[in-house]
Design a protein around this ligand. Structure first.
Ligand code: HEC
Length: 148
């Protein structure tokens, strides 16, 4: 009695699953933020007379978290005033620089690891890197808060 089990499901599917509709489904780079890596050294002028209105508008949007991955407002308050976690940026008292355009620009990049009046720290760029143009724009915005 041999039970010849010849159930041989030889399902030899030679995989002809080539060309799997692999079209470039890359979404268009619509307004995507550049990664914020330090752009190749573009000289930055700290002459306040070079600050433009469009730069101030960009800086305002960055400061208030409308552009970019972080919000200065969240610590410094709207318009740089009455922040719960960070000092006013709209008066003439400066804790970490001379309050010049260049000084403010530097503080934004370094952040503040050793705060003088508040208990929290400020991460560099407030938390997420900014490219050179955005860095300058938000520094210009902050500078103008106290230098009309
Ligand atoms: C997580 C909270 C936080 C965020 C976000 C933040 N800061 Fe700050 N910032 C601080 C703190 C804290 C200090 C230092 C306070 C102290 O010394 O007591 C500071 C200090 C500063 C100073 C120096 C002020 C001075 O008196 O010299 C500048 C300028 C400044 N921040 C700008 C910015 C800008 C621009 C952004 C957004 C790009 C930003 N900060 C985001 C917390 C923050």
């Amino acid at each position: 009695m041999k039970v010849a089990r010849l159930a041989l499901p030889l399902l030899v599917f030679s995989a002809v699953i080539a060309a799997a509709c692999n079209k470039g489904d890359t979404p268009p780079a619509d307004g995507g933020e550049p990664a914020g890596e330090a752009a190749p050294a573009v000289p930055v002028s700290f002459d306040p007379s070079t600050i433009t209105e469009s730069e101030l508008a960009l800086g305002d949007s960055i400061f208030h978290g409308l552009i970019g991955a972080t919000s200065c407002q969240s610590c410094h308050g709207a318009g740089g005033q009455n922040g719960a976690a960070a000092p006013s940026l709209a008066d003439d008292k400066w804790l970490h620089s001379d309050g010049s355009f260049e000084g403010i620009h530097k503080t934004i990049a370094s952040g503040v690891m050793t705060p003088k009046e508040f208990s929290g720290v400020m991460p560099p760029f407030g938390g997420a890197p900014l490219d050179a143009a955005k860095h300058r724009a938000v520094a210009a915005y902050v500078y103008r808060l106290s230098h009309k």
